[in-house]
Design a protein around this ligand. Sequence first.
Ligand code: ATP
Ligand code: MG
Length: 238
Amino acid sequence: MTAPLLTTDGVSATYGDFQALFDITLQVHPGEIVTLIGANGAGKTTTLRVISGLVRPKSGTVCFLGEDISKIPPDEIVERGVSHVPEARQLFPYMSVEENLALGAYIGRARPKLKETMDEQFDFFPRLKERRKQLAGTLSGGEQQMVAIARALMAQPKLLLLDEPSLGLAPKVVEEVFEKIRQVGNSGVTVLLVEQNVVDGLSISDRGYVVENGVITLQGKAKELLANEHVRAAYLGL
Ligand SMILES: Nc1ncnc2c1ncn2[C@@H]1O[C@H](COP(=O)(O)OP(=O)(O)OP(=O)(O)O)[C@@H](O)[C@H]1O
Ligand SMILES: [Mg+2]
């Protein structure tokens, strides 16, 4: 098997006295779509924040392309090829679609290719092209999620971290968003997804990890997890 693109090895993380992550060890290989599933407060967002440098691990390491990135600043992590679509999207509501996208290309590597990359994103998300001058805050939830994804892709990442892209969206829109994520994966970008929508998340994934109270309790191929009795009982209500 090829070397992993991303490895977290024995990562623990705390907020003050509270320990949110215990010994998180996971790998994401080039070209994979991997999903982390888990209940509210399990530590999924914290795991993504550790990878993108927004939360420093208390112990353990995060390796990207074979190098330890656990002590380098978040903007440099983006520069190296990790983009993060945060929980709740965090767009700039009073800026246009175009301006939000341009902000995704602020890093040195992406800036010279801004126009070209924006055209690529508008080809990939035609609805955003139609709405390029519209203020992001006036878009529908699904459109805002597309802007958040397009903005992250503007940095031309090798690894895309997605935190609950389906949150608050109607089922039909969720389907569209997951289809786009699948296409992003097919285009060669590796994806680490966090989802409470377990069926849709695992359906587009190669593998998954279950996080419970800050610990990885189960991992495996997406199909195996979907058939797993504990997953079915705890997350699918079956
Ligand atoms: N900034 C913070 N300060 C203190 N505690 C925090 C902070 N952020 C998260 N926590 C706590 O860390 C734990 C893990 O939170 P995290 O946001 O990683 O969970 P999650 O799995 O993403 O949950 P959700 O599905 O609700 O988004 C929770 O108990 C949460 O209350
Ligand atoms: Mg979260």
